[in-house]
Design a protein around this ligand. Structure first.
Ligand SMILES: NC(=O)c1ccc[n+]([C@@H]2O[C@H](COP(=O)([O-])OP(=O)(O)OC[C@H]3O[C@@H](n4cnc5c(N)ncnc54)[C@H](OP(=O)(O)O)[C@@H]3O)[C@@H](O)[C@H]2O)c1
Length: 292
């Protein structure tokens, strides 16, 4: 697959499009805000005037937009992907969305269109360097057909049939948000109980939180959270998880609590910071930060 359309040229979609271009693919992009597509044109890619226009002639269409509403907006209607896609082309849905929006996407595409569910782990740097973990759901033969394309972007992990990629991504992000929540609360508790920052890190270093505590320590110390994965997107994902929990008839307390921390951090004006700013929000809310 050499003729690729990339719909959504945001923090993740742009490096994906540029990487494919750099690997010799013919890339046509589209972005709702045209200014974000300018760099692709300058780098030698093409830019469509609508999703329908951008996907015409493409063998594969990668979609990397915010979430369910954006997915619907770029797929349906007279200017949507479904209106322009070539017979036999494959849509690779990489955004983090809900299971129901994937079902709707499958229904919106013309018969004969292939559809892979392929959300990703990793962030902007991994997208640029081809080091994403791709959670691929779909028919085995379609995953197989798309492997050469997916491996340009990272390491595909086949997780099941269509929908399994989205399910796996929600599970992975739930784990991530939960660990950050427990880390933030453990740091807040240590501060409230009078432990110093140094001692707290020594203690956390011998717990199951060791890796995350060490990894997040520098950003907390710098109190600087430039967004790679914006906190508003993480809260969006936590809401998707909460909906999935409800739809499955479950009550998951830790999951709900970590979602509430992300919402509180967003409410405290941190929407555009990196999602790890939830740690600062937890520490500030506790009011008693550990002694440095
Ligand atoms: N950033 C990360 O580290 C990361 C990691 C893993 C997964 N993800 C997931 O990857 C996806 C993209 O994330 P990102 O970081 O690239 O986000 P982003 O920088 O905010 O980009 C979002 C993209 O979606 C488009 N969009 C939003 N609403 C739209 C609408 N109604 N119609 C058409 N296009 C719309 C935006 O267009 P405009 O430019 O016009 O706003 C932009 O192209 C999300 O599902 C996110 O959860 C992100």
């Amino acid at each position: 697959m050499e003729r690729i359309a990339v719909i959504g040229l945001g923090a993740m979609g742009a490096p994906i499009a540029h990487r494919l271009l750099g690997q010799g693919c013919q890339v046509t992009g589209w972005n709702r805000s045209p200014r974000r597509a300018a760099a692709l044109r300058e780098a030698g890619g093409a830019v469509g005037v609508s999703p329908a226009d951008a996907v015409r002639g493409a063998e594969a269409v990668l979609v990397m937009v915010t979430g369910p509403q954006a997915l619907l907006a770029v797929t349906e209607g007279e200017h949507g992907i479904a209106a322009g896609i070539d017979p036999g082309a494959v849509v690779v849905q990489m955004s983090t969305v809900s299971p129901s929006s994937l079902t709707r996407l499958a229904q919106a595409l013309p018969a004969g269109t292939g559809l892979l569910d392929a959300p990703v782990l990793g962030s902007v740097a991994e997208a640029a360097s081809g080091a994403l973990r791709i959670l691929a759901g779909g028919p085995p033969e379609l995953v197989e057909r798309c492997l050469p394309l997916l491996t340009r972007l990272g390491s595909p992990l086949r997780v099941g049939e269509l929908g399994a990629g989205t399910a796996a991504k929600l599970v992975a992000n739930n784990a991530l948000f939960g660990v950050l929540g427990v880390l933030g609360e453990s740091l807040a508790l240590g501060g409230a109980l009078g432990l110093s920052w140094e001692v707290l890190h020594e203690v956390l270093g011998v717990t199951p939180l060791a890796e995350q505590a060490a990894r997040r320590r520098p950003v907390i110390e710098a109190d600087d959270y430039p967004a790679r994965f914006a906190l508003a997107l993480a809260r969006k994902d936590a809401d998707l998880v909460a909906d999935a929990v409800g739809d499955a008839g479950l009550t998951l307390g830790l999951t709900a609590a970590s979602r509430d921390w992300l919402a509180a951090a967003e409410g405290a004006g941190r929407a555009d910071q990196d999602y790890t700013a939830v740690l600062a929000a937890i520490l500030h809310a506790a009011g008693k930060e550990p002694r440095r």
